[in-house]
Design a protein around this ligand. Sequence first.
Ligand code: PNS
Length: 195
Amino acid sequence: MIGLLRHSDFRASFVIRASGLYLNPLSIFHFLCEFSQMRRAIYPGSFDPVTNGHLDVIERARKLFDEVVVAVAHNDEKQPLFSLKERLDLLRETAGTIGGVRIAEFSGLLVEFARAESAGAVIRGLRAVSDFEFEFQMALMNRKLAAAVETIFLMPKEEYTYLSSRIVKEIARLGGDVSRFVPACVAKALGRKCS
Ligand code: PNS
């Protein structure tokens, strides 16, 4: 009960009398709404295809948030190797098996999707300084569009800092072995696409 009072900033307006404890029903309702709200983050990207680096970031994000929504962007400007459905299926087979992770797709502005999902944060992976300029620009622009949505950068394990979907696709196209860099189902899918 002490924790309850502290967390709710006394908004629950408990009336304590010598004879007992009286609770304002409306305050209890607000309190429950506030505390039942999940801490949710969006992890957006192209995921063309998902790599072990992405999965590492998802697991790190999951430690910080109750739910992580991995959101595949409909991006007409890019010409992906995998169709939207294929990318979603590969994510479902891999990240989708982690508890507290949901796979979704979105079109339009990322911040609008974050709002619609009641998510307070956007997760982005930062591998190297080269990522920084684009990520910094995107984070600040998203903040201008929706100040309530924070961007949080997470660094993957060192061994994944050189890893990207683009490089993995290039290795697969040139007949190299990608099994160390992507989950088995993705390696198989790349094999099929590139044979
Ligand atoms: O994996 P990617 O390709 O680096 O992901 C980029 C993505 C999808 C996160 C970015 O292009 C995006 O947020 N697209 C949605 C459209 C949008 O909100 N654009 C304004 C960003 S400042």
